[in-house]
Design a protein around this ligand. Structure first.
Ligand code: FAD
Length: 497
């Protein structure tokens, strides 16, 4: 495959990797306390200072970041806990629930279930300059909304094509990130699968790409549901789990299952389970209290208002007073931002799922640009957003793009909070980009980076998909009306081949 060329015309590929790698090797061999920024080891003629950077995670965000940082001339090292790239798209059977970790959250990263197909059309979903088109040579599942394995193959292709494998330290978990007095960052990592040895190294900056679909968020329900502390006759006796650990419907054969939530996963999972379960009851907190509706096209699925309480005899009572005896409660109640490796010197806090204060959802203001986060926003098209955020971070780290003053950044963050208030949105929606905001944001980033805005066809196709999903909730992945846009996208993609 072709080597890629950065904006300065310097090729980065297997054959030309030696120039920056050589400098890096000098760096790597020096004692960690003695390490200097890589810029001091490079000739003065380098167009921008090259920094030694730690990237946490080799999912789609970490891969995008690694590519952009290297394109900018930096030297990223990507730490990845798993043995492969792909993050969320690396399907894994959940670890058996342990008493201390009943959700198995700590042991399993990916929340994918076996039947998962993308909920975005592939044309929309892919990176901007590396189309996720069915015309790629390695395509196995050419459907427009392919199964999860196809997305993993695409990310592997991306890693290969941009020669990123060599940047990743696999089975290496970041366990600590600490700011040193000199302004550099001490990254402590632990090699998994061996003796668990820890290593500490200094970096000029850290880019956090650890994802936010692994740490389950649970609804609290009167009756002490969810890992009840009540015991004996008062405790609800059924089985509870989170969608994070749902994989296949078979264990729910002939059972009565309550699914809490109304998100994409709740919808998919309730349909999956309805194929084998006796009954599926969806408890949706945004449904009016009186709701108790059989779902169209199903004779064993009902929509309810939220659960009011659960009882020791196995009964679950909904807010409208109706009740059922259930075997399982499945919490499809989303996930939490979690950065267990960051200490107070990261200067951010996470409260009610708001990472605060983050300028443009990327930089903690006090330590910008040394610490950054790729992929915090949700209700977005993730890959293109990761790509633009990464370009912006890379350009800022090299000084090519300027950040405003701390006061100005804080004003911008406050404006986000007052917009939330105006909309009447809770704090936990701070990083929710629904309502058209994502393209405004993407295009702002693109402008900062001197990159063209998001393609018009992509914006239109995203809207067409949302409309089609509402009109054909059961069949939107196989029936659509936007073939004209597909043709436009495929025409546009030709320039990348
Ligand atoms: P992740 O993919 O979660 O990657 C984070 C990586 O960081 C992981 O590899 C993890 O092992 C690693 N890591 C974490 N902590 C550490 C540490 N301390 N040290 C070292 N490594 C660490 N997006 C779409 O575009 N289309 C879809 O159809 C779609 N469907 C989805 C369905 C489900 C059920 C879920 C959960 C998500 C879906 N998404 C979808 C969103 C998806 O999460 C994004 O596409 C994308 O995979 C997120 O990438 P990421 O790199 O931010 O995070």
């Amino acid at each position: 495959h072709m080597n890629e060329t950065n904006r300065d015309g310097i090729a980065h590929g297997s054959s030309t990797e030696k120039r920056p790698a050589e400098a890096r090797r000098i760096q790597a061999n020096s004692g960690s306390q003695l390490r200097k920024p890589l810029c001091s080891l490079l000739p003065a003629s380098m167009p921008s200072p090259s920094l030694r950077l730690a990237v946490v995670g080799a999912g789609a965000a970490g891969l995008a970041a690694a590519r952009e940082l290297r394109r900018e001339g930096h030297a990223p090292v990507v730490f990845e806990r798993a043995a492969a790239v792909g993050g969320t798209w690396l399907y894994a059977s959940p670890a058996p629930a342990a008493a201390a970790d009943p959700l198995g959250a700590a042991a399993t990263h990916s929340s994918l279930y076996a039947s998962l197909r993308t909920n975005l059309p592939r044309e929309v979903m892919g990176f901007l300059d590396f189309p996720f088109t069915a015309a790629r040579g390695s395509v196995v599942d050419a459907r427009r909304f392919p199964g999860h394995q196809e997305v993993l193959r695409y990310l592997e292709d991306f890693t290969q094509r941009f020669d990123l494998y060599g940047l990743v330290r696999f089975q290496t978990e970041v366990v600590g990130v600490r700011r040193e007095a000199g302004g550099r960052w001490a990254v402590t990592s632990r090699k998994l699968g061996e003796k668990g040895e820890q290593d500490e190294e200094l970096y000029d900056a850290v880019v956090v790409c650890n994802g936010h679909y692994s740490e389950p968020r649970v609804a609290s329900i009167p009756g002490d549901l969810y890992f009840p502390t009540l015991t004996g006759a008062d405790a609800w006796p059924g089985k509870q789990m989170h969608s994070h650990n749902y994989r296949v419907p078979e264990p729910f054969l002939d059972q009565v299952v309550i699914v809490i939530g109304a998100s994409a996963s709740a919808v998919d999972i309730s349909r999956d389970i309805a194929s084998v379960a006796k009954e599926v009851h969806i408890a949706d907190r945004s449904a009016p209290t009186s709701t108790c509706e059989q779902q169209p096209e199903y004779d064993n699925m009902w929509l309810h208002s939220m659960i009011d309480h659960a009882q020791g005899d196995g009964t679950v009572v909904f807010q409208d007073g109706s009740s059922i005896k259930a075997d399982v409660i499945m919490h499809c109640t989303g996930y939490l931002y979690d950065f267990p490796f960051l200490g107070d010197d990261s200067t951010i806090t996470v409260d009610d799922n708001c990472v605060d204060p983050l300028y443009k959802h990327v930089f903690p203001i006090e330590v910008a640009p040394d610490l950054s986060f790729i992929g915090v926003p949700w209700k977005v098209i993730p890959f293109p957003l990761f790509e633009l955020q990464s370009k912006w971070v890379a350009g800022i780290l090299s000084g090519r793009i300027k950040l405003p003053s701390k006061d100005e950044m804080m004003e911008d963050v406050k404006a986000i909070y007052s917009r939330l208030e105006t909309r009447g949105w809770p704090k936990r929606y701070t990083h929710n980009f629904s309502g058209g905001y994502q393209f405004e944001y993407d295009d702002w980033l693109a402008e900062q980076c001197g990159h063209p805005p998001i393609e018009e066809w992509r914006k239109l196709m995203y809207a067409a998909n949302a409309k089609n999903k509402a009109a054909r909730p059961e069949r939107y992945r196989d029936e659509w009306d936007d073939d004209g846009l597909v043709a436009l996208a495929n025409e546009d993609f030709k320039k990348y081949f």
